[in-house]
Unconditional design. Sequence first.
Lengths: 562, 167
Amino acid sequence: MQLAKNESQPKTSLQALPISKPESRLYMSYISVAFISLLIGGLMGLLQVLVRSGKFTLPAGIDYYQVLTVHGVILGLVLTTYFIIGFHFSLMGKTVGISIKQRKIAWIAFWIMVVGTVMTAVTILYGEASVLYTFYAPLRAHPVFYIGLALVIVGSWIAGFVNWHQLKVWKKAHPGEKSPLLAFMVTINTAMWFICSLGVAVAVLVQFIPWSLGYAETINVLLSRTLFWYFGHPLVYFWLLPAYMAWYAIIPKIIGGKIFSDSLARLSFVLFLFFSIPVGFHHQLTEPGIDPTWKFIQVVLTFMVIIPSLMTAFSMFATFEITGRRKGAKGLFGWFKKLPWKDVRFLAPFIGMLAFIPGGAGGIINASHQMNALIHNTIWVTGHFHLTVATTVMLTFFGISYWLIPHLRGRKLTPQINRLGIIQAIVWTVGMTIMSGAMHIQGLLGAPRRSSYSEYGGGEQVSEWIGYQLAQAVGGTILFIGILLMVYIFIKLTFFAPKGEEEFPIAEEEDDAEETPAWFENWKLWIGITVALILAAYTVPVIDIVQHSPLGSVPFDFPIGR
Amino acid sequence: MHLHKYEKIWLLFGIGSLVVFLFVVGYGAFWQGTHPQSHGVTIDPNNIESNEAFKPENLGLTKVDEDEYIINIAASAFYYDLGKDEEGNSVRTIRIPKGSKVLWQAATKDVIHGFHVAGTNVNMMVEPGYVSSLETIMDNPGTYTIVCNEYCGIGHHMMYATVEVYE
């Protein structure tokens, strides 16, 4: 193995493969669902901020929490998962290829997910599942809601299995070579997704479905929440890592540079795999039934992701500086001016990177054990994830769409669409700064998240809160304009942009880059460490939760108006 | 694997700060006793009155000593039961003198609720089968709204009470 590696391993295993028509139809199907979701979910978001301003009530007996459930499920679960799987498949198709059989199975995954999504959507629209996207027991939704969610997860697993198989086939054909960087990253992300979603799948299949159907009388509430958050935190890294893929391996190409370090990129992804999962307790810090020492252990594990995050920040700015200097930049910060600010494929993700600085800092506060009590379940948290997922991740996904969609559709990103994209990114930034900023401040003042408009009996604190809710309505309205713009751009790029060839930008390593160590391909080791960390963080507290559990909870339908 | 010199400095500084930060958080939690609430005290979720603290006559404010109080709260969709006053009316506002030591105890009769004395760190999840409790000193005078901050159903935003800390 070692010998073969030295002889044959090329500096870059980069070989952009052509994407055939039937392939692009598959990838576009996933991405289209994401943009339809964006429009529906965004409209729900607009309704929420309007209701919370106190100046507007929902017509036709629609309930605020029904709207909120749609917003969370369709943006947090549907949009993200579909876009990511479409992006994953595009990356794999481009770097390692896809066989006809694999493509067929990928279609099966797509349709299973669509059936699941429709089942879930119908129950929510009929008001049978106003349980929000976290569906905390003992609120009981219609069983079809849970079954639909399970199908979405199963579909996403099948898509991930296909990705793994794609890499396996490629490795067989390229013995001794390192896997392409993007394929390596996709494999890490799908592995993390599979391991973490096992938790929520167990909760849904073993706990929720039998209980909602009446076969099980009671449910262990704390266990179900623990299984949910075992999934819920890696879920946010499942959203973030595709953005990191673009940052590490695509943005350098767009700005005319090279990958800063292939092995560093791989190392940071491996660290994300390790430290994304054994950390769910930091969402459960204020819960009565979990031992505080175990909470603290998971807090420490949570903070380990700061290390790959710092590595990523360093790599990004190193790439920017090196590229700028090669283009002739002078002085300490001259390289900054050499960045392609007028290219939306760069600008949108770059704003996303900047948003991650306050987003990450807020995240550190959230996970800080006792400090969490100040902001837990306040609207500060909503402000936090609208910076991270709804700005960092979304603007990067938009940045990807500007080249991926025309590439798949055989069209061009025209200067006009590019300009519109820049306007879109600015509109998004302005709207989000206002909305998320107001949410952060209002949260520090103690206002709760996930709550319809209320004056709470007219307390003096509350009158202060409502001003910030007006600001959120302004910010949210601007954001909705941003969504309309983005959906227009999506339609334009898909159906109306002029025919042509848009580049699929994949960055290369430096010519004199050091070789990536072969041990990065040791998947058994990475999965082994991941599982060991999970067992170390969860075995004792879960046994404790089960052994000392109170009587189970019977289902409750009336609180959600069923 | 090669690391750039500046990157080494950057990571060393980053990881160093992280260690210091975690030590501060850990010191606060383990040596100064600022852990978030975690007592693991269970209760019958179908009959919280089986626990002395949540019998109807023990709900609300109880003075146990000079400047020492217990406040028991029974949460249910969408209401905080703080007991009854002398005239038999439901208590909606609790008044406590500034600087009192208060033990907050809450339990739910149905679904999950939140319990947050807004603007303070009295912030607890209230889950079926468990007693949530937190001891604190109410130092700052003012009127605080207690809000349910975990979604509990369509009337979630109507679930509140008031605490007055007077001089």
